[in-house]
Design a binder for this molecule. Structure first.
Ligand SMILES: [Zn+2]
Length: 189
């Protein structure tokens, strides 16, 4: 991590991990890509290495992020997808150039056409299309934490995951319940 900047919350699903770069949307929200440099860092974690990022490209990334958030939330609620959000996702998917390539070890890597932020955003947008359209095995759901409500992609066998992230939202809820139980017990003593 870089000193002075919030840590990343890294998940396994590219599109919803990207929406997680803004967390606690309904509480004290945390912007995890506050400067262009941090977007470059985040993309690198997911194998999307870009040369540079301008403030305008960061704006483009955040616009895509909020569009994925809006569309994924609607999909999780079985509501009609917001047209403006769909347009942004589609535009980003179309405008970048990226190819999936296979390594000799049999792993997938992304090769970006011109190593630009736009190319990287195209990969994220295409991932969002996969997840929101139901093309991939899993279920979109909303985090049970009232201050979070992040859309996440549940790939558990039972499809009963409640939190976007066990280590943050899940833990907090558990602790809150534990403390509530304890004060109830103390009251009966
Ligand atoms: Zn959450």
């Amino acid at each position: 991590m870089r000193a002075g900047f919030p840590d990343f919350r890294l998940g396994n699903v590219l599109a919803t991990s990207f929406t997680g770069t803004l967390s606690e949307r309904f509480g004290d929200s945390v912007e995890r890509i506050p400067v262009p440099r941090r977007l470059i860092d985040w993309l690198a974690v997911y194998g999307l290495t870009v040369d540079s990022c301008t403030p305008e490209q960061l704006d483009l990334a955040r616009e895509l992020r909020e569009s994925i958030h809006a569309a994924a939330t609607a999909a999780a609620l079985r509501e009609a997808l917001p047209a403006a959000a769909v347009e942004v996702i589609d535009d980003r998917s179309i405008e970048g150039r990226a190819a999936a390539v296979l390594t000799p070890e049999g792993e997938r890597r992304w090769r970006l056409g011109s190593s630009s932020v736009e190319d990287a955003l195209a990969v994220i947008a295409a991932d969002a299309v996969d997840v929101i359209s139901g093309e991939r095995d899993g279920k979109l759901a909303l985090c049970a934490s009232p201050t979070c409500r992040a859309a996440f992609f549940d790939t558990s066998q039972s499809r009963t995951r409640k939190w976007c992230d066990m280590n943050t939202c899940g833990n907090r809820q558990k602790k809150a319940r534990f403390n509530a139980g304890r004060s109830r017990n103390e009251g009966t003593r």
